[in-house]
Design a protein around this ligand. Structure first.
Ligand SMILES: *Cc1c(COP(=O)(O)O)cnc(C)c1O
Length: 385
């Protein structure tokens, strides 16, 4: 594979770590038991594996194993968090909290869920962000009150990598008695997470953003004080009844292993990834001094570059280099459309400038030579006018 396509789209998805794949393998073949088969060894082994994985996930975020609900991914987790909490509330007419607060730069799985809840009568408030991508804290402080049921703010953005002050937002929510949900799909494995210190009640994670497979996710649901939440589907009562259906053991095992590895490696890996990213960023600006970096310069996850080259179309660049380097224009979900990124527009970036954006995301398996190749390929296209 001499001319392998250099993969620099780790925020769209990551490869499954070979170490993760290794521990998953037996659960497709030899250990195929249903963890809910309580009468025999196949079931017991599967249950033991699921328990161990649950502990590893909990350890990565400073939670208890019983607070971990396995889902199919962060999209489902975010839906369960928002619709589940709203659904539990509707039955309880004594409580008048009807307000949901979120931000303009959330992933579509939060924004579109909130839009949908708005249609069913919820009062949805969308908080703006500054030009650096950080949530407007004054606006948030003003919006969260005794009528607020739940606040949903992402820990790290999928397009610009900017990290929000979740701990501070958690304090505001706690003071008003509102739940805080954070979509941490892009933070997990990249920065340390502590659900207690962050004061979050609910947190969504995605396996395939952290070297576990696609099709597995997690919703952290705080145990005490407990969260009033209703399942979206009905069935056999698995996952505290919140996510019924037979547990996909191999995927759960993969998620657990990915979290175990993250606990061991996040600190070292983030230094290495940041070093590669800094080099790439510096060289891109040398190459094209009029380039624009979108989002805060420092407060972002290691690995993310979101950069605009005014005068160029991001779409055109991405597709013309697609057989040599894999990068994107922003979120994988919006790159099929021609509309500019809702995240960049929320930062106050003009439509045309937003269309020039490239998201380049460095990950665990990238090397210095990947960065050099990307620079070489991009330098053939991007030249200062
Ligand atoms: C990828 C992503 C999601 C969706 O995760 P899936 O597991 O693919 O459903 C949600 N939020 C953010 C921030 C993401 O990056």
């Amino acid at each position: 594979m001499g001319n392998k396509v250099v993969y620099l789209d780790n925020q769209a998805t990551t490869p499954v770590d070979p170490l993760v794949l290794d521990v998953m393998q037996p659960y497709f073949s030899k250990e195929y038991g249903n963890p809910h088969s309580t009468g025999h060894a196949y079931g017991w082994n599967a249950e033991t594996a699921v328990n161990y994985s649950r502990q590893n996930v909990a350890a990565m975020i400073g939670a208890d194993a019983r607070e971990i609900i396995f889902t199919s991914g962060a999209t489902e987790s975010c839906n369960l968090a928002l619709r589940g909490v709203a659904g539990a509330q509707e039955k309880n007419s004594a409580n008048s909290r009807r307000k949901i607060v979120t931000t303009a730069i959330e992933h579509p799985c939060v924004l579109e869920t909130c839009e949908d809840l708005k249609k069913s009568g919820w009062d949805v408030i969308i908080i703006g962000v500054g030009p650096d991508g950080l949530v407007n804290m004054d606006e948030l402080y003003g919006a969260v009150d005794e009528q607020t049921l739940i606040v949903s703010v992402m820990a790290a953005n999928n397009e610009i990598g900017v990290m929000q002050p979740i701990e501070e937002i958690g304090e505001i929510c706690q003071a008003k008695g509102a739940y805080l949900h954070t979509d941490a799909a892009q933070a997990a494995g990249k920065v340390p997470i502590d659900v207690r210190r962050w004061n979050v009640d609910l947190m969504s994670l995605s396996g395939h953003k952290m070297y576990a497979p696609k099709g597995i996710g997690v919703l952290f649901v705080r145990w005490r004080p407990s969260v009033r939440i209703k399942p979206l589907i009905t069935g056999g009562g698995q996952e505290r009844g919140l996510r019924p259906g037979t547990i996909p053991v191999a995927h759960v095992v993969g998620m657990g292993e990915a979290c175990r590895i993250a606990v061991e490696t996040t600190e070292k890996e983030s230094v290495a990834v940041r070093k590669l990213t800094d080099k790439l960023r510096l060289k891109l600006f040398e190459m094209y001094p009029d380039a624009i970096l979108f989002g805060h310069w420092e407060r972002r996850v290691p690995g993310n570059i979101n950069i605009g080259f005014p005068g160029f179309s991001g779409e055109d660049i991405v597709s013309s280099v697609g057989d040599k380097i894999a990068i994107s224009t922003g979120s994988a979900c919006s790159s099929a459309k021609v509309e500019p990124s809702h995240v960049l527009l929320a930062l106050g970036v003009g439509e045309e400038t937003a269309q020039s954006a490239l998201r380049i995301s460095v990950g665990r398996f990238n090397t210095e030579s990947d960065i050099d190749k990307a620079l070489q390929v991009l330098s053939e296209i991007i030249k200062n006018p």
